[in-house]
Design a binder for this molecule. Sequence first.
Ligand code: GRF
Length: 216
Amino acid sequence: MKIGVLASGSGSNLQAILDGCAAGRIPAQVAAVICNLPGAKALERAREAGVPALLLPHRQFASREDYDRELIATLQRHGVDLVCLAGFMRLITPVLLRAFENKILNIHPSLLPAFPGMHAVRQALEAGVRVSGCTVHVVDEGTDTGPILIQAAVPVLEGDTEDSLAARILKQEHRCYPRALSLWAQGRVRIEGRRVRIAGAPAGGDAAISSPGLAD
Ligand code: GRF
């Protein structure tokens, strides 16, 4: 399986994916990393791993659709089967969704469907939830609304700030994304309407990840 990663920033999830592939935990290969912003650390991480690191600045395109058409051509040129959004700060259009139907994954820093959108961690704090977390889901036309593949729960602690909670969630993201990709690459993931079925999962145990600090 060939993975294409789209990123805009630090790329720590990309790193977790690269490490998982290199260690054989994900039976797949990252075939290309595409960034829309110059100077993104994700590009550096890709180069260090010997993976094609491609800068595709969105400002050069007249419309989101034009940009997505270029993304599709680039992904196809690198033989990508599965697209991973990993901190990609662009809305993607139906043009890209159609070209990779049910083959685009995203990671989001909340337990969806709670707190979709840009400020998930802040909104979780403001809502006073005791548990938040992260979600790997299949991308559809909505904002963070697609079928859920894997989630990890993370406790919200008394003294938490947006930064401290985001950092605790990020650690779990680094477990969830590689796990999701491993299941995908093994052919164990089947999408049935809103639900994702994972073949051979012990009562769902592969898709719900526990993290330290949650009370029994
Ligand atoms: C993560 O918090 C992810 O949930 C969100 O964007 C952030 C990306 O972080 N979609 P990184 O670039 O992988 O470090």
